[in-house]
Design a protein around this ligand. Structure first.
Ligand SMILES: CCCCCCCC/C=C\CCCCCCCC(=O)SCCNC(=O)CCNC(=O)[C@H](O)C(C)(C)COP(=O)(O)OP(=O)(O)OC[C@H]1O[C@@H](n2cnc3c(N)ncnc32)[C@H](O)[C@@H]1OP(=O)(O)O
Length: 230
């Protein structure tokens, strides 16, 4: 590489590393991730008749690990060798935290996490909020801001919460911070999840995986647990 280019790259890298943590990147008084700047998409703005999310009375206790909703899930499944192995933990309210370690297999550019992998980690963390509402929901829309590059080896600390509910529509947001729960914000997301019934998977999933899931009593219990109302 041209030595002047390499020097410029090093200066850019130093600037990124020393960038101040601005107010917009620090946590709000609620402790949740909703303190970031509003995102632009109208579909991610709750309608006027939306209500505050209600934590299910039988939701996992704050601090409890949620476990995988499906062993083969790319985001959280323990049986998925190529997966992200994200472990989410219930928090107060309708909020979860999760940690994701960026590995060499997650690179886009040399030494840096791929944006799609980071979006997956955000999607999975947001998806795990379903455990606290005890509904099954799938991602309808996911908007992601990539604020800082995330080097391989980073532990990304994710923090997600449901902000509003309108019928089947669940509005949520998340941030991912570098190195610690108080670290600089690297990624942000706003999402719209749509509540579905277990038939969504039975009707649409590839038959061989559906058959295997339905033959697994533990999987059936996990799926059905979401459909029990208070
Ligand atoms: C025993 C068997 C074993 C089963 C095991 C199961 C265990 C499962 C446990 C937990 C699973 C959780 C997995 C989490 C994984 C992480 C999260 C993901 O990656 S999920 C994968 C990616 N997402 C999708 O694949 C969705 C694909 N899309 C769809 O299937 C449909 O589009 C769906 C269900 C989202 C909506 O379709 P509609 O026909 O049901 O409903 P409509 O009427 O279209 O939408 C309802 C409302 O939502 C709005 N809406 C829908 N999509 C929207 C969008 N993209 N943008 C804005 N609004 C949207 C609509 O405008 C409508 O609003 P108005 O009620 O009219 O006000």
């Amino acid at each position: 590489m041209d030595p002047s280019l390499a020097r410029r790259d090093r200066r850019t890298a130093a600037r990124v590393r020393s960038a101040p943590v601005t107010n917009e990147n620090t946590r709000g008084a609620s402790g949740g991730p909703s303190s970031g700047p509003p995102t632009g998409s109208p579909a991610l703005t709750p309608p006027a008749d939306a209500t505050a999310p209600v934590r299910h009375p039988e939701a996992p206790a704050p601090g409890e690990l949620l476990g995988a909703h499906y062993g083969q899930c790319f985001g959280c499944g323990g049986e998925q060798q190529h997966g992200l192995h994200l472990e989410a933990r219930a928090q107060d309210g309708v909020r979860v935290t999760a940690e994701f370690t960026v590995k060499a297999a997650h690179q886009g550019a040399p030494g840096l996490a791929h944006g799609g992998v980071l979006a997956t980690a955000l999607d999975e963390t947001l998806g795990s909020l379903s455990w606290l509402l005890r509904v099954i929901a799938v991602t309808g829309k996911l908007e992601t801001d990539f604020v800082r590059p995330v080097p391989v080896g980073t532990v990304l600390h994710l923090d997600a919460e449901v902000t509003a509910v309108a019928g089947r529509k669940i509005y949520s947001s998340a941030v991912g911070r570098i190195g610690s729960p108080e670290g600089p914000v690297a990624v942000r997301a706003s999402a719209l999840f749509i509540e579905v019934k277990v038939d969504h998977f039975i009707d649409n999933g590839r038959p061989e995986e559906i058959r295997a899931a339905m033959a697994d009593p533990d999987q059936v219990r996990r799926a059905r647990a979401f459909e029990v109302n208070p």
